[in-house]
Design a protein around this ligand. Structure first.
Ligand SMILES: Nc1ncnc2c1ncn2[C@@H]1O[C@H](COP(=O)(O)OP(=O)(O)OP(=O)(O)O)[C@@H](O)[C@H]1O
Ligand SMILES: [Mg+2]
Length: 359
């Protein structure tokens, strides 16, 4: 079995680790067959730039849920065998459809892809219903892998606390607040090196009273750390919001977002997804969020490159500058609670990067 590619890391890695936790041999044999098939499906789509990732991720998540449900089972009952056979057949069906599809020319594939995705989505949905009907994976009802909603986990989307110490970025904070308070939506990229203050800036903005009054409960802050695909971002959002998504996660999110007049979505540390997945997929997801019409989007990303495909608000395009000397001096004094005659020298050496010495 070949090792995972970067875009496979998330769901496929979870599937592998769920498999490794299985102890009972008869279950393990069958599970191994499923694991092989799901891995094969990932291999099939590996070199395409197309939009099959969502389906394969969903399949991997479904299989992961089944494996986790098997952990405590001592023997392979008839019911279990049937369920595993069903899942294994679903893998075969999906593989066969994808194989046929991948043999076509690129332009034919592009035309066929939406319909194929719908068909595969339906196959997965049927499989999920079948497993749920059998009842042995009851708890899947609480997982965001298909037709049934999970309870919302809004805590995952709660904005970080207001930074206790925050100097020297009043102008930047003010311009972001101004953009967010406009009637029309905005799209703001906060770029810059690690530790420069992107998250602290957003956190300060999210605690502005006027911003809170406008967006209320509909301010969502997703940390992308640990998310390794664009579809993972969508799944994480849908799952935290407790949305049903049997008709596709994009649709579920877009229905949810358009129901509210003002939504603020922050994707923090988006570079983790950007570096792990196909960039065009990330751009597509951002464009979908931005085009919802009610969503103001803020991303934070290390580096200087912002994703394309989004009409970013042009007042804030440059990466964050290092802190001015006076702000860095104040911050240092507050953190260190002492002064030093060579402080300015040190701060110049640090180039205004606000290092946190509390860790
Ligand atoms: N303007 C500021 N005043 C005081 N402290 C700050 C300021 N900006 C950042 N800090 C402190 O510096 C540390 C790093 O800031 P922050 O986490 O916001 O950086 P970041 O750009 O989001 O980094 P990363 O790319 O790693 O996510 C934090 O401990 C934060 O409290
Ligand atoms: Mg940050």
């Amino acid at each position: 079995m070949t090792g995972p590619t970067s875009s496979q890391k998330g769901p496929l890695a979870s599937l592998r680790s769920a498999f490794e936790r299985l102890k009972v041999t008869p279950v393990k044999d069958k599970a191994e067959e499923i694991l092989r098939r799901v891995t094969g499906i990932y291999e099939t789509i590996r070199d395409t730039q197309d939009d099959y990732q969502y389906i394969t991720d969903q399949l991997a998540l479904l299989a992961t849920s089944v494996f986790k449900g098997l952990v405590g089972n001592e023997k392979l009952s008839e019911e279990l065998r049937k369920a595993l056979d069903g899942l294994s057949r679903t893998c075969l069906d999906i593989q066969a459809e994808l194989d046929k599809h991948m043999q076509k020319k690129v332009n034919e594939r592009a035309v066929e892809a939406p319909e194929l995705m719908q068909r595969l989505q339906k196959t997965l949905s049927t499989q999920l219903q079948h497993l749920t009907f059998l009842g042995f994976v009851d708890y899947m009802r609480y997982r965001a892998v298909g037709a049934i909603a999970s309870p919302a986990d809004l805590g995952r989307l709660r904005p970080p606390p207001k930074p206790a110490i925050f100097y020297g970025r009043d102008e930047l904070v003010q311009s972001i607040v101004d953009l967010l308070l406009h009637e029309e939506t905005c799209r703001i990229p906060l770029l810059g090196m690690g530790g420069i203050g992107k998250t602290s800036t957003v956190a300060t903005v999210l605690h502005d009273d006027r911003v809170k009054a406008k967006f209320g409960e509909h301010m969502f802050f997703l940390s992308c750390e640990g998310i390794v695909s664009a579809s993972g971002v969508l799944l994480a959002l849908a799952s935290a919001l407790g949305l049903q998504h049997e008709n596709g996660v994009e649709k579920a999110l877009s229905d949810f977002f358009t129901k509210h007049k003002y939504v603020l979505l922050v994707l923090d540390n988006l570079e983790t997804v950007w570096n792990a997945d196909d960039e065009s997929q990330v751009e597509k997801v951002l464009a979908e969020c931005a085009n919802t019409g009610t969503v103001s989007l803020v991303i934070t990303m290390r580096g200087t490159i912002r994703p394309g495909g989004v009409d970013w608000s042009d007042t804030i395009l440059d990466p964050l500058d290092p802190l001015p000397l006076e702000a860095a001096r104040l911050m240092w004094k507050k953190l260190a609670r002492k002064t030093d005659s060579r402080l300015d020298e040190l701060l110049k050496l640090l180039d205004g990067i606000p290092l946190d010495d509390s860790d």
